[in-house]
Design a protein around this ligand. Structure first.
Ligand SMILES: [Zn+2]
Length: 559
């Protein structure tokens, strides 16, 4: 008998003796739960001690937590020996609009994710209006997606109509709003343009986004002065929304970037989430602890800042991000024009070479994960720039520029740049939540042709298996809290992220002794093991470790 079971039986017999009748152990005679999950060890999401209990679900809601008599469930799942947690909330994803291409969201739900917050790092699928719309539609069309929406409302209703397997919530991207207004131009907004962007933000907030994301390392985020960000964050704060920032720098100027994010929170009053906190590049590894210390001192000063992180020592992003800001201005055609101009190309070549030397620290650490065309797929995807250059008989930097040209700059890579000690240090920190930085996908179609970062498939199982169980980085209740109530509170999802009566029935049942991620950098389209049942809004989406095909996910709107 486990100590949890003993503890529960102790409570139950005390209740019988009339000494400590807890209401949740006393159930009305009427049966009729749609689903009973019997005898699981409950990790309720708050970080509290686990306890053994039955869960009764009616419709989309947890109606009872306690002891449920026989014959009371229309369906009964035996979870004895297994753990039951709230469905995981992935606070950092890029599933907009991928969720439309992969509505069964296999990569997410098979690891126990039941809600994802998309629209991160400054880019959101909506609004799709203003400048650059045709180019973005074209990009998505190449992925087989007909992007027919305009504002946030029409995007969200398109997702609703499609029917998806997990809950979908959205941030609006600052980069998206700014590009829509003036394009990817390196200058401050005029007062009138600023009013236009502010109006667009307010409209998005009215239509249900949970806040604003920035991508200040990207274009056009990097062209944006901090004053513009603070002004927009004030509007977000007024509505109780979230300000999530992919910071200006995660390398040599990491600490300045953390300070900027905190300052946005301090001057605007918005809750702040620092995206995928890391120190990239070996020379910058010693800065990691200082970055965490900055978060702590900001919290002491009353700034509501948290960070998210994924459990891997590599990041993933677009290859154009190796270029300096000037070289990325004005969109794809302008970048390609510079690559054709000998003087500009020579400067770009020099700068990209220097960047890679500094971070991630060599071309062998830059591994191509996705290209746009068939032409380079076999030669490039899954290979480092050293390997690609070797095969082409050119320097890695020239292979990089050639790929960018031949693929209309649409190349993604995985950069191996973080230390295992720092990844663990960040994950363990009490101000850090788990966020995958991944997307909804499945091992079919366009996704299957890419070799994405394994985080899309493995993040949450890796936290439970490798970090909680094998490394002992934290105990299980702490791990689960980082993926449930902590993000729920940060986003403002009051009815999810905890197991309690009246909360939504988003649930995951797993074997704590066996759960593990199997997705790797070489073979990323692999589902985790040890996750047997995933329930979204009361409906089983994963059963006996396989997708049921059900699509009970909802679009979540703020307010
Ligand atoms: Zn990011």
């Amino acid at each position: 008998m486990t100590s949890d079971r003993r503890q529960f039986l102790g409570q139950a017999s005390a209740a019988l003796a009339g000494l400590a009748v807890t209401p949740r152990l006393r159930l009305a005679a009427a049966p009729s739960f749609d689903l009973v999950i019997r005898g699981g060890t409950v990790v309720d999401g708050t970080g509290a001690e686990v306890f053994v209990a039955d869960l009764g679900v009616v419709g989309d809601t947890v109606a009872a937590v306690g002891e449920i008599g026989a014959g009371q469930g229309r369906r009964v799942v035996d979870a004895s020996g297994l753990h039951v947690a709230p469905g995981f909330i992935d606070i950092h994803t890029h599933s907009d609009p991928d969720v439309l291409a992969y509505p069964t969201t296999d990569s997410r739900v098979r690891q126990g994710v039941t809600t994802e917050l998309a629209g991160n790092c400054g880019g959101s699928a909506a609004p799709l209006v203003g400048l650059g719309v045709a180019e973005r539609r074209e990009e998505w069309k190449a992925d087989g997606l007909d992007a027919d929406w305009t504002d946030v409302a029409s995007y969200l209703s398109r997702v609703e109509k499609a029917g998806i397997s997990v809950n979908h919530a959205l941030l609006v991207g600052h980069g998206t709003l700014r590009s829509n207004a003036i394009g990817d131009v390196d200058r401050p907004l005029s007062a009138e343009e600023m009013r236009g962007v502010a109006r667009a933000l307010e409209e998005a907030l009215d239509q249900g986004v949970f806040g604003l994301s920035t991508g200040l390392e990207y274009v056009p985020g990097r062209y944006t002065p901090p004053s513009e960000i603070v002004a927009l964050a004030r509007l977000v704060a007024r509505r109780g929304g979230l300000y999530a920032s992919h910071m200006r720098n995660e390398e040599a100027r990491l600490l300045e970037a953390v300070a900027e994010a905190i300052e946005v929170g301090r001057s605007s009053g918005a809750r702040v989430e620092i995206a995928h906190l890391k120190a990239a590049g070996e020379a910058n590894w010693p800065k990691q602890q200082a970055a965490l210390d900055l978060l702590e001192s900001a919290r002491r000063d009353g700034v509501a800042v948290l960070a998210d992180a994924y459990p891997y020592t590599a990041y993933s992003t677009g290859l154009t991000n190796l270029m300096e800001g000037w070289a990325r201005e004005g969109g794809t055609a302008a970048i390609l024009g510079r690559l054709r101009d000998p003087a500009a190309r020579a400067r770009i070549r020099r700068e990209v070479e220097a960047q890679v030397k500094d971070e991630p620290g060599g071309w062998d650490r830059v591994v191509v994960s996705r290209v746009k065309t068939e032409r380079n797929r076999a030669a490039a995807v899954g290979r480092s720039l050293v390997e690609i250059g070797g095969a082409w008989g050119v320097d890695p930097v020239d292979a990089c520029l050639r790929l960018l040209e031949e693929e209309d700059t649409a190349v993604s890579f995985v950069g191996h740049a973080m230390s295992p000690q720092n990844v663990e240090r960040v994950l363990r920190h009490p101000l850090v939540m788990i966020g995958s930085d991944g997307s909804s996908m499945a091992p079919v179609g366009k996704a299957a042709e890419s070799r994405p970062h394994p985080r899309s498939y493995g993040t949450f199982a890796r936290v439970l298996g490798f970090y909680a169980r094998e490394r002992g980085t934290f105990d299980l209740p702490t791990a689960v809290r980082k993926m449930t109530s902590l993000p729920a509170d940060q986003v403002g999802l009051s009815d999810r992220g905890r197991i309690a009566r009246g909360k939504k029935a988003d649930l995951v049942v797993f074997d704590a002794a066996k759960v593990r991620d199997t997705a790797t950098f070489d073979d990323p389209h692999r589902f985790p093991e040890g996750i047997s049942l995933v329930v979204v809004n009361g409906v089983a989406v994963v059963e006996r470790g396989a997708h049921t095909g059900a699509r009970p996910g909802r679009v979540l709107r703020r307010g």
